[in-house]
Ligand binder design. Structure first.
Ligand code: SAM
Length: 331
């Protein structure tokens, strides 16, 4: 059974940032030159991640997502998946990726025990993809998505950060993909976190709320129906267009926070446990692990992190976390 935090929320989900490195430089996430890289010694080794996941599983965490940075740029990632797929108690093992390298990896990841992927995709236009990611090619991401489908890393969820004046004119194109070929698309409000455009002082002007997006879709394509939550549904509210195979989800960290049902902890690439994405408080697991802490001691630290989970984030007070960028924490 998952442990309850101080506000009676069951904590069942651990997101693990396996690297702070990324092969893209999305404008809302990173500056063009990237962020200063941590040395390999500073990043948790796979055995250390496994120890944390084992300890977490004993405390009732049953869902793990690998993220980053870009998880597929870390050498040996398939080995990590294989290690974590064997941990007793973890029955949902997923990854969030930009899919650029997924064409090479999808089959091996599925064979190693990965169950599904979420793919970040903010535009369907090749030149715009290059502009938003600063270096990526849309065709690579789409090939990665197709490879994931063929490897049954499903349901694949497409995560789309909607930014005013940047890609909000593509909402309908994405919504149409839920009709044919049946994508599951989740629109995400941009958050003032990262090291790119999203931390500009006028970031609020970039936010397109879920309500606005829904209105846009309903005017163009007709009313949405509530849909069942997808496996690993997370914080999204789900709808579908009548007759659509795919779903539309809305993730609203800005217009309507969902902290009251937050069930997650985050492990940073350098081994710190963070009870809230949007608060800088964290507990160092790396030092104890390297000083020989065993699983029981790590369990105590995880319990401490669960107990310190805040009731809600405070972005509405225009505070953005100062200490780290998204790629280190794990988006
Ligand atoms: N590289 C992987 C990927 O692209 O999916 C995983 C890491 S990335 C940081 C995880 C997710 O965080 C992506 O879907 C990205 O769009 C989202 N993200 C990053 N910065 C964000 C921001 N400022 N606001 C909202 N979402 C953000």
């Amino acid at each position: 059974m998952p442990h309850l935090d101080a506000y009676n929320r069951p904590i069942s989900y651990l997101r693990v940032s396996v690297t702070d490195r990324c092969n893209l430089r999305c404008i809302y996430c990173m500056p063009p030159q990237g962020v200063p890289k941590r040395s390999h010694a500073e990043i948790l080794r796979y055995e250390e991640i496994e120890t944390v996941v084992r300890a977490a599983a004993e405390l009732g965490i049953n869902k793990v997502r690998l993220t980053g940075g870009e998880p597929l740029v870390r050498p040996g990632i398939v080995d990590l998946v294989r290690m974590l797929a064997r941990v007793e108690g973890i029955d949902d093992l997923a990854m969030t990726t930009n899919a650029i390298l997924l064409n090479d990896y999808a089959k091996k990841l599925a064979q190693a025990g990965l169950q599904r992927v979420n793919i970040s995709l903010d535009t369907l236009r090749p030149e715009r993809f290059e502009r938003i990611t600063r270096c990526g090619r849309l065709e690579d991401a789409l090939a990665g998505m197709e490879a994931a489908r063929q490897a049954s890393l499903t349901p694949i969820k497409i995560n789309t950060v909607v930014m005013r004046g940047m890609n909000d004119d593509e909402v309908i194109d994405f919504a149409q993909r839920t009709l044919e070929p049946g994508w599951h698309v989740r629109f995400i409000e941009i958050m003032p976190i990262g090291n790119g455009m999203a931390v500009e002082s006028n970031w609020r002007e970039r936010v397109v709320t879920a309500r606005e997006i829904q209105e846009q879709i309903e005017v163009a394509l007709g009313p949405l129906e509530p849909a069942k939550v997808l496996p690993g549904g997370g914080p999204a509210r789900y709808y579908r267009l009548p007759g659509a195979k795919g779903t539309l989800g809305f993730i609203t960290p800005i217009s309507e926070h969902f902290c009251y049902r937050c069930n997650r902890l985050r492990l940073t690439a350098d081994g710190h446990l963070r009870p809230c994405l949007l608060s800088d408080y964290e507990i160092d697991l790396c030092t104890p692990l390297r000083n020989g802490a065993d699983e029981e001691q790590i369990k105590m630290l995880i319990l401490q992190s669960i107990a310190s989970k805040p009731l809600q984030h405070h972005l509405d007070e225009s505070q953005s976390p100062k200490g780290r960028v998204m790629s280190e924490i794990g988006g």
